[in-house]
Design a protein around this ligand. Structure first.
Ligand SMILES: Cc1ncc(COP(=O)(O)O)c(C=O)c1O
Length: 394
């Protein structure tokens, strides 16, 4: 073998999203791009805001001197200051630039956090369904991902979380608005979660961290808001990115922040600054740091996603599909009309519709639709969705 066994196994079991992507490519080459309805990827299709383009032009026009040299591993101080000022309002906490580290997206932020806190075989608990890359991220740093179920509406099952916490638990990892369910955890549940983690940390004599992965925080519907996590539990770290809310996932820019009230705040930040460097990121892309430093509070036009959400929800409800409408993000997680979600997704594929089986997210019996696609893709896919529903339920 020329590559590591662990990686070979990971490639073999590679995610459903990737499988769908590959299936899509092959179907598109046979039938043509416009004949295939691809709902498999969370790649934003709403245009980045004008302010982003203007800031990018400005930074490019003024580029010179040592602008493109290595910045501090944690990121440029003035950019972190601007992020901290915005975050202080959002999280209702008093953050300074010291509490923020710029990262290569939320994925980079998660890897930095896990690298800094996990000892071999430490457990990271995650409510399922969940973003499947978490498995690899925990394993990257010697940790083990342990899933717990959620309730029927995909809200937190605090009883299941309580039962899952043990002497190896190092962190609880949550993602709200959630990929794949689109649900937002309510504030009261998060407060109870904070109390539970405080009690468990005390009784186990070990700090259990709450890690909040928030790349969809700003993509919310019908006036919904994502509660502050820092006010719910002191030992909280958040990570996020501008991938989804500015539609720039290819630019790999995000940040992590540690609750200023965390008991080991300084150790955590020192550990994460080192992790950012030694994981090989070195630092987040410096041009993008400067750009987003000017764009705090700026975001894509969420009304566009709201329109797509309504189109897909109304269309699928008409066909007979059952689902909870998403409160945020750009995913819908309907129940599969037949118990075997993998078989159902195969039936959709026969009508050239690409979705991802819920099994790929630890949520069997459901399937995920990423509705960050053109309106026409949603509209033109409806006859196929209808036909497959009829076929599956007859
Ligand atoms: C829940 C979740 N976390 C993290 C990421 C990684 O995003 P980023 O581009 O910020 O690294 C994604 C990307 O789809 C995601 O859905």
């Amino acid at each position: 073998m020329t590559i590591a066994k662990r990686i070979e196994t990971a490639i073999e079991g590679s995610s459903w999203i990737r499988k769908m992507f590959e299936a899509g490519d092959s179907l598109k080459s046979i039938h043509g791009d416009d004949k295939v309805f691809d709902f498999s990827l969370g790649n934003p299709n709403v245009e980045p805001p004008e302010q982003f383009k203007a800031a990018l032009r400005k930074m490019a026009a003024n580029s010179g001197g040592r602008d493109h040299g290595y910045p501090p591993n944690t990121g440029l101080a003035d950019v972190r200051r601007s992020v901290a000022a915005y975050l202080s309002k959002e999280q209702q906490a008093d953050l300074s630039e010291q509490d923020v580290i710029m990262t290569c997206g939320a994925a980079g932020g998660l890897n930095v956090i896990l690298k800094a806190i996990l000892d071999p075989e430490d457990e990271v608990i995650v409510p399922a369904p969940y973003f499947v890359e978490y498995n690899a991220y925990a394993a990257n740093h010697g940790g083990v991902l342990k899933t717990v179920p959620t309730l029927a509406d995909f809200s937190l099952d605090l009883g299941a979380i309580k039962a899952a916490i043990g002497s190896k638990t190092k962190a609880l990892l949550i993602n709200s608005p959630n990929n794949p369910t689109g649900q937002i955890y309510p504030e009261e549940d998060l407060r109870q979660l904070g109390r539970l983690l405080t009690e468990k940390s005390r009784s186990l004599n070990r700090t259990i961290y709450l890690v909040s992965d928030e790349p969809y925080r700003k993509i919310v519907y019908a006036g919904k808001q994502v509660p502050s996590l820092f006010t719910c539990y002191s030992e909280t770290m958040i990570t996020t990115s501008y991938s989804k809310d500015l539609s720039i996932p290819g630019e790999r820019i995000g940040f992590l922040a540690v609750n200023p009230a965390a008991a080991y705040r300084e150790d955590l930040l020192n550990g994460m600054a080192l992790a950012n460097r030694i994981l090989g990121y070195v630092n987040a892309p410096v041009l993008m740091q400067r750009v987003i430093g000017e764009l705090q509070g700026c975001q894509v036009d969420v009304a566009e996603y709201a329109r797509k959400r309504d189109l897909i929800c109304d269309g699928l409800a008409d066909c007979g599909y059952e689902f909870t409408p998403p409160a945020g993000a750009f995913y819908l997680f309907p129940r599969s009309p037949i118990p075997d979600d993998v078989a159902f997704v195969g039936m959709l594929q026969e009508k050239l519709i690409l979705a991802v089986p819920g099994s790929g997210f630890g949520g069997p019996g459901y399937f995920r639709i990423a509705f960050c696609v053109d309106d026409d893709t949603i509209i033109n896919a409806m006859p196929g969705f209808k036909a497959v529903y009829k076929q599956a339920t007859s």
